[in-house]
Design a protein around this ligand. Structure first.
Ligand code: LFR
Length: 480
């Protein structure tokens, strides 16, 4: 028996509808529709184009053919607000928007960081939902908050709910009690009634609304299934790790999410100081990780240079001298969209380095700096969670970047296993398949299926660890 399942995966630059066929020894994905998903700047605000995405989702589902189920995942922290009649109050705002500038600092004056961490275990990022809500203008008219995948699921089914992995990224979710923290919500002025009931990945959301079935040509009984609706949670499902492997992962795309999978959150002062997050994973696992700025800096460079020739630039970057200019990719100046080559120049000026002179040198600088940030984060994860790492799985689009994978292995001093590329869509369909009765009892079985059906590429560490030590103290000094 083989199941046909659609994964709607809304990523940073594009959204896709993929059809997955899942059966015994079978896990195949086909992309049936791809569409643009960049932010829309309207006057001073960066928005989601949510209605356009809904339309494209329907168009993709219309091309999918017969389906046994469908699931939706997207990046975390962003949401839409509904009024009492279930109508959307404006276009959702993109997390890279400037409305949260300075908000985190303001909130922390009344709700101490220690209190927030003790309850939520979340890393401090200025765009966490909690800070977006404090900056929100429509809050007093809102009745319900829906994270983006839950909003689309609501439009497809009419059912409200909050999928747990994505809810866990809001900084309003109690990581140990596994539910909303109404106390925290109240402390920051968010009415607790705004937060809908939690649902777990694997739960049925509901069948399609008649108008959706009509527009897509799908059977109205097709179930929409809750998956790890935070894209990173779905990606981590598809880490092709063996049952007893002591692994770390880097979910590598626009962001690089670097960390470990744990059974329990680590809420120690050390974890908080290192700004590690304890996000909720599928099957109650904890994604103990840190956000590293990721390929975003490179993507923005390509946009500003108006070039699509990444392969050419990577070839030149591979041949460029090692350990030239280095940046801290997590410097806040790299967060908002903009002219990254110029921002790298500013960073260099600030840190007493000569700016890179060619595009290839910029690419080398970005990739080497990312590898350095991975090294530091992996080592911290290992110490703070007291776990040994023997292999690093790199999944997602960045697993295709051979230079970055090799630099990662070199910097970490560990073997890197690269692939699969389409990790979030794979994790999405795997969780659906299990919900529909496929013999995939646990994450180990799902991962074994990914491993059996996808080719992985192995990178062995090369070069001298001392060079990376020197580079690390050059960029980060003795600090964390
Ligand atoms: C990756 C991701 C990260 C999250 C960031 C913002 O796509 O979901 O996990 O921290 O985007 O939502």
């Amino acid at each position: 028996m083989s199941l046909r399942l659609a994964a709607v995966d809304l990523g940073a630059s594009s959204g896709r509808v993929m059809v997955g066929c899942v059966g015994v020894d079978r896990l195949e994905l086909t992309q049936v529709h791809r569409f643009w998903n960049g932010p829309v700047r309207l006057r001073d605000t960066l928005h989601w184009d949510i209605l356009g995405l809904y339309r494209e989702t329907l168009a993709g589902l219309g091309k999918a053919g017969r389906l046994d189920g469908l699931g939706i995942d997207s990046w975390a922290v962003d949401y839409g607000l509904l009024d009492g009649e279930g109508k959307l109050l404006g276009n959702p705002v993109h997390y890279r928007d400037a409305r949260t500038d300075g908000v985190m600092e303001r909130v922390l004056r009344t709700v101490p960081a220690d209190d927030l961490y003790a309850v939520t275990g979340l890393q401090q990022l200025p765009f966490n939902t909690i800070y977006q809500l404090v900056a929100e203008r429509s809050l007093d008219r809102a009745e319900t908050l829906l994270m983006i995948p839950d909003l689309l699921a609501y439009w497809l089914t009419g059912r409200l709910g909050a999928e747990a992995t994505n809810a866990s990224t809001t900084q309003l979710y109690d990581v140990r009690a596994r539910g909303w923290s109404e106390t925290l919500a109240r402390r920051v002025g968010v009415p607790a009634g705004l937060l809908p009931e939690i649902r777990e990945a694997g739960q049925m959301i509901g069948p399609l609304l008649p108008e959706v079935a009509e527009e897509t040509g799908l059977d109205p009984a097709t179930p929409v299934i809750a998956v790890g609706s935070h894209d990173t949670a779905s990606s981590v499902v598809a880490v092709p790790a063996g049952a007893r492997e002591r692994f770390a992962y880097i979910s590598s795309g626009t962001w690089s999410l670097v960390g470990l999978e744990l059974a329990e959150p680590v809420l120690t002062a050390e974890a908080q100081q290192a700004n590690f997050t304890n996000e909720g994973g599928v099957d109650g696992r904890i994604r103990f990780l840190r956000n590293v700025m990721g390929l975003w800096i490179l993507q923005e460079c390509l946009r500003v240079w108006d070039t699509a020739d990444l392969p050419g630039l990577l070839g030149e970057a591979a041949a460029a001298p090692a350990f030239g200019v280095l940046i801290d990719p997590d410097d806040p100046s790299f967060l908002a969209p903009g002219n990254m080559p110029r921002r790298i120049e500013y960073f260099c000026a600030k840190s007493g380095q000569e700016a890179p002179k060619t595009k290839a040198a910029v690419v080398r600088c970005v990739l080497e700096s990312l590898a350095l940030a991975y090294r530091r984060t992996l080592r911290l994860a290992q110490t703070v969670a007291d776990r040994e790492i023997e292999v690093v799985h790199v999944i997602g689009g960045g697993s295709q970047n051979e230079l970055l994978c090799q630099l990662t292995a070199d910097a970490a001093g560990l073997p890197v296993l690269a692939g699969p590329v389409e990790a979030s869509a794979l994790g999405n369909v795997l969780v659906q398949a299990r919900a529909l009765g496929a013999p995939l009892p646990d994450l180990t079985a799902m991962r074994a299926l990914v491993r059996a059906t996808h080719e992985l590429r192995r990178y062995e560490p090369q070069g001298k660890s001392a060079d990376w030590d020197a580079a690390e103290s050059r960029v980060f000094g003795g600090s964390r």
